[in-house]
Structure formats: C-alpha cells, structure tokens
Design a protein around this ligand. Structure first.
Ligand SMILES: [Zn+2]
Ligand SMILES: [Zn+2]
Length: 160
C-alpha cells in the first residue's frame, strides 16, 4: 500500500487509521501479512505506528521439526521529508511524500527475524553421529577419537 503523506506534513493534528493485508513471496511467511495502525501528525511530528501479523512456517535449524508460529512485529517510525543531522533508524526519509508501506513492513519483519528459527530455546538438536533426536532420548553416542590422534597413539605403542 502506498500512503500519500503530503496532508500529514501540511496539517498539524491529523490522524488516519489503516488496516490492510498484502501477500509476500517470502518462502517462510505462509500467510498474508496483516497490517494495522495509523499515521499521524502530532504537533508537527509525522509518525507511523502499526503492527504486522503473519505466520511463519519453517523447520527448526537444530532438529528439523516443523515450526508454525504466528508473529507480531511492531512498525514504528518517525517520518521526515528531508534529511536532518540525526543518524537514527527510527527516522525514515520519505521521498516525494509517499511511503511504500509494504516495503517498510518487510524491512522491519526481516530485522526482527532471528538468525535461525528453533522449535524451542533449549532444543538439543540431532545427534551428529546417528541422527537421533536428542530431545526425545539420549542415544549414548560417544565422540569418535580423532584418527590422527589414534595414529599417534599407535606409533607410540609400537615403540615400546
Ligand atoms: Zn528443534
Ligand atoms: Zn547418536
């Protein structure tokens, strides 16, 4: 959705609510992204405050279990029509006084994503040796001895 912002920059004390949804091509977002909030000018300061709600479907990075989660991401920014001296991500410079809200929402969604999704904070993952799901039970696999170390041990015992 494109929001035309001229009237928000030209009028103090104006507020408009919005609520809509858009589809995304993102591979792990499995629902439309539903966005609701408002744009306002309050005492000369233009801002957007909204939240994006959507469902993520992916697999645990550790144990590969399916994960399906409903997430809510806040989208809150001050909007300015020209650069100022502040170096701050909270400020969005809107060129041509129009805002592509879908793009802004997707940026905030990606910033909110963890580097990897896990099924639970303390997921134990899979055993690297037998593939057993360590959340289900222990498999008793021992870390194999490094073959170089084994060769060295062999050499040492040959000398005796
Ligand atoms: Zn897991
Ligand atoms: Zn194992």
């Amino acid at each position: 959705m494109i929001i035309e912002l001229r009237r928000f920059f030209e009028n103090d004390d104006i507020k408009q609510d919005f609520s809509y949804e858009f589809d995304t091509e993102d591979e792990i977002i499995s629902s439309p992204v539903s966005v609701s909030g408002y744009v306002k000018n309050s005492t000369g300061i233009v801002s957007i405050s909204a939240q994006a709600v959507f469902t993520v479907s992916t697999q645990c990075a550790l144990c590969a279990k399916d994960i399906r989660k409903k997430l809510t991401v806040p989208v809150k920014h001050f909007l300015i029509d020209q650069l100022n001296d502040e170096d701050n991500d909270d400020y969005i410079v809107v060129e041509n006084l129009s805002l592509n809200l879908d793009e802004l929402v997707m940026e905030d969604i990606y910033l909110s994503f963890p580097t990897r999704f896990v099924c639970k904070a303390d997921c134990k993952g899979l055993c690297p040796y037998c593939g057993n799901d360590l959340n289900e039970n222990e498999c008793g696999c021992k870390k194999p001895v490094d073959p170089r170390l084994a060769a060295l041990q062999q050499l040492l015992s040959d000398d005796e």
